[in-house]
Design a protein around this ligand. Structure first.
Ligand code: SF4
Ligand code: SF4
Length: 214
């Protein structure tokens, strides 16, 4: 079920009093869907266009947007997403004098952290789903991935490359690579994940986490 945060509050301020949300320029949007998979707060929907062949992103639930976040605009390949200036947020902070509320929230957070039981010993992860976004062809990333697993006790299974739209690909939109990183010796793959993340970053690709965030 899609969450609706429009009635929520931001440090005591009704969310709908704060005009912070993304605006999509439909002319510039190429429908790559990266904003849709990136946003963890279900702000976006992807709409089919009248021609039945193209899709565009729309900010369907603008007040779900986290005040001050602009991640989706950072990753949009065509700069189709815009936000108001930061002064909008600063103005709200001043007008509503939010810092009394913030201090109470900080104290509550510290109290909660102190009363939380120590985390349990992590269990070994032998199979980890991985999702990466970016331009794979130019980087010969598949070759580098082969070299990566050849040097470590791991393998890659069920690898898939997804291209959002063929036209988008020609225009430089990112594709997605998904696979499972598996251990070949029942060893924990957690350490190898950090090395794999470094390889992804070194190739200007983007690691998408389990919640779809970048
Ligand atoms: S990331 Fe940008 S181009 Fe891609 S669907 Fe979203 S708005 Fe459109
Ligand atoms: S700024 Fe962040 S919370 Fe808001 S729509 Fe973009 S990704 Fe989602």
């Amino acid at each position: 079920m899609v969450k609706d945060l429009s009635q929520s509050k931001w440090h005591g301020v009704p969310r709908q009093e704060i005009p912070w949300f993304p605006t999509v320029n439909a002319e510039a949007c190429i429908g790559c869907e990266l904003c849709f998979v990136t946003c963890g707060r279900e702000v976006y929907e992807i709409e089919q266009q009248a021609d039945g062949r193209h899709v565009k992103a729309v900010a369907e639930r603008p007040y779900n947007c986290m005040v001050g976040c602009s991640t989706c605009s950072m990753v949009c390949p065509t700069q189709a997403i815009s936000f108001p200036g930061r002064d909008v947020v600063w103005e709200i902070e001043k007008r509503y004098k939010i810092f009394g509320t913030v201090r109470k929230e900080a104290a509550a957070k510290r109290g909660k952290d102190a009363s939380e039981p120590a985390p349990a010993e992590p269990t070994a992860v032998t199979r980890l789903p991985v999702k990466i976004a970016g331009l794979f062809g130019e980087k010969r990333f598949l070759v580098k991935l082969e070299e990566f697993i050849a040097e470590r006790p791991c393998d890659v299974e069920e690898l898939q490359l997804t291209v959002p739209t063929l036209k988008g690909l020609y225009q430089g939109a990112p594709a997605y690579m998904t696979f499972r990183l598996t251990s070949t010796e029942q060893a924990d793959v957690t350490g190898m994940v950090e090395e794999l993340k470094a390889l992804v970053a070194a190739n200007d690709l983007v690691w998408v986490d389990e919640q779809g965030k970048l």
